[in-house]
Design a protein around this ligand. Structure first.
Ligand SMILES: [Zn+2]
Length: 289
């Protein structure tokens, strides 16, 4: 009898484990090359997502720089078994097959999240740039598409003038200003909130098709209100893009983490269930983990 009860108990536990794992949003996080400290930032991204209880994150690490074609052949992430793919990758071009798999995955309704320097990657890859809307560095210039920003009068400007894509001033805390309160990612956020020390990317440029800018930050360098929280629609897929997140300490901002959770959930499901945490930053006060 004891053994029977034990078996039933174990079965129930297993069932509980699997049902909770299945109800979570499955995230595939890509890293392996970056001109930033990806080994420090990936764990912060994973923790920010998993600590909410809503996400299950698998990390797929690409071969290091200057690996052999054989090493690359062995790296072929199975995008379609995940609800959403998050890139913390900024490095060498992926093999053709991986590129095509990502395009098809998002085109057919998959979801993609791009954080900070992941928007520096693949300056010459047309579809990637359509997916992320805007990018910086990587040879980007007027041929990549317009600059996209808000002017002082709150008007969205597409500026085709010649010039390089991507720049930033010294790291600092900065104010994030919400521009769209109707979108579920920014709903309920304070109109302005103070982000922890980070790099404020300015002068990003790209195809900028089907981009919605939900929040901006004023750059002292470009003198423009630069996009900080964006959504892009690509094929049947949803893309969430934030240029914030230079370092582990930037990603420990409670504001960044909530933006990441909401953006990732929105990309995966089209909705947001995450409630704004009580310690969300205010206009005057940063809030960090
Ligand atoms: Zn950076």
């Amino acid at each position: 009898m004891m053994n029977y009860l034990k078996t039933v108990y174990l079965l129930l536990l297993t069932l509980l484990f699997y049902s909770s794992a299945y109800s979570k949003i499955k995230v595939l996080l890509l890293d392996g090359q970056n001109n930033h400290n990806w080994k420090a930032t990936t764990p912060v991204l994973v923790d920010a997502l998993e600590s909410s209880g809503n996400f299950l994150v698998s990390v797929s690490t690409s071969p290091a720089k200057n690996s052999t074609p054989l090493d690359w052949e062995e790296w072929n992430p199975n995008f379609s078994s995940y609800d959403v793919t998050l890139s913390n990758y900024n490095g060498e071009m992926w093999p053709k097959e991986v590129q095509e798999n990502l395009i098809n995955y998002v085109q057919e309704g998959g979801s993609f999240v791009v954080v900070h320097a992941a928007n520096n990657a693949f300056g010459q890859w047309k579809e990637y740039n359509q997916m992320i809307g805007l990018g910086g560095w990587g040879g980007r210039n007027e041929k990549s598409g317009p600059y996209l920003f808000f002017n002082d009068f709150g008007k969205l400007v597409r500026d085709p003038r010649p010039g390089r894509g991507g720049s930033h001033g010294p790291q600092s805390e900065f104010i994030v200003q919400v521009r769209d309160f109707k979108h579920s990612i920014t709903k309920g956020m304070p109109k302005k909130w103070l982000h922890s020390k980070d790099e404020l990317y300015d002068s990003l440029r790209g195809p900028a098709e089907k981009v919605k800018i939900l929040a901006t930050a004023y750059s002292e360098k470009s003198k423009k209100h630069e996009p900080m929280i964006m959504t892009i629609s690509y094929g049947k897929g949803r893309v969430f893009h934030t240029p914030m997140g230079h370092a582990d300490y930037s990603m420990k901002c409670i504001g960044f983490q909530e933006v990441l959770r909401r953006g990732t959930e929105w990309a995966a499901t089209g909705q947001v269930t995450s409630e704004l945490p009580f310690d969300f930053p205010t206009e005057k006060k940063v809030s960090s983990q």
